[in-house]
Design a protein around this ligand. Structure first.
Ligand SMILES: [Zn+2]
Length: 250
């Protein structure tokens, strides 16, 4: 699709990395265009009007124009920010984990409008929460589901057989749950009981379709392990963010 030379896009800033002396490349996530990198000139100068909009987690209406290699930001008008609430370090850590998920899982320039809405919802929930880490497992599984990466909760990802009423084991390297027969004997995979498998399914379910937010620690850790598997690389912002009260107290 040919785009006009200048255009607007509503997007959430995901991360920013320095470029030259005062510029930065800001990774944005938008409903219309998915993840895209834009050059923000002078954004690291104190007088920059783009700096606040380029802060991770801020939603803004960006004015962009096509440069020779990257899109170049000319202006940005903030739509939503949670600065006051993000003084709480737990909320900041949880919000960073949510943004890192988009950065790790999304292909550039691939629009996933439902994921944009889910991210807006997750950031709002985290910003308002007393225990923001509670929201991470659901966010991880919804992100996987909306990207077509969530494993079935009723079948073994190795043999395709029904899991039935018994336990299953989370084999993150296989991308989902495995049955007793496919479970590698030499490895100590986390076991999920039938009740926990139902929680696992609820994490990925759309709102109203048996959706779950609060789950046990084994299920929560399974959601994180799957996101890290699909990221295909180390993502400290996700790996180090607690997903259950037990981890949080440690
Ligand atoms: Zn199997």
């Amino acid at each position: 699709m040919r785009r006009a030379r200048s255009y607007h896009v509503r997007a959430i800033a995901v991360r920013s990395r320095p470029l030259g002396e005062a510029d930065a490349i800001v990774t944005l996530f938008s409903a219309e265009r998915g993840k895209l990198d834009v050059a923000a000139r002078g954004v690291r100068r104190p007088s920059s009007r783009l700096a606040a909009a380029a802060e991770p987690g801020v939603e803004a209406e960006w004015s962009l124009h096509r440069g020779s290699s990257l899109e170049v930001a000319s202006a940005a008008k903030i739509v939503r920010e949670y600065w006051d609430r993000m003084r709480d370090p737990d909320r900041l850590i949880a919000s960073a984990a949510a943004l890192a998920t988009v950065d790790a899982l999304c292909e550039p320039e691939l629009a996933v409008p439902d994921l944009y809405d889910a991210l807006c919802g997750a950031l709002a929930a985290i910003a308002a929460a007393e225990d923001p880490f509670v929201y991470l497992p659901r966010w991880y599984m919804r992100a996987l589901a909306l990207l077509g990466l969530a494993p079935p909760a009723d079948a073994c990802v190795q043999c395709g057989g029904a899991l039935g009423e018994g336990s299953a084991w989370l084999d993150a390297s296989a991308g989902g749950l495995v049955c007793a027969r496919c479970r590698p004997a030499w490895s100590d995979l986390p076991e999920l009981t039938a009740r926990e498998i139902a929680e696992f399914a609820g994490l990925a379910a759309p709102s109203g379709a048996g959706a779950r937010v609060r789950v046990g620690s084994a299920v929560a850790a399974s959601a994180r392990a799957l996101v890290l598997h699909h990221a295909g690389r180390q993502v400290p912002a996700i790996a180090n963010a607690p997903v259950s009260p037990a981890e949080h107290r440690r």
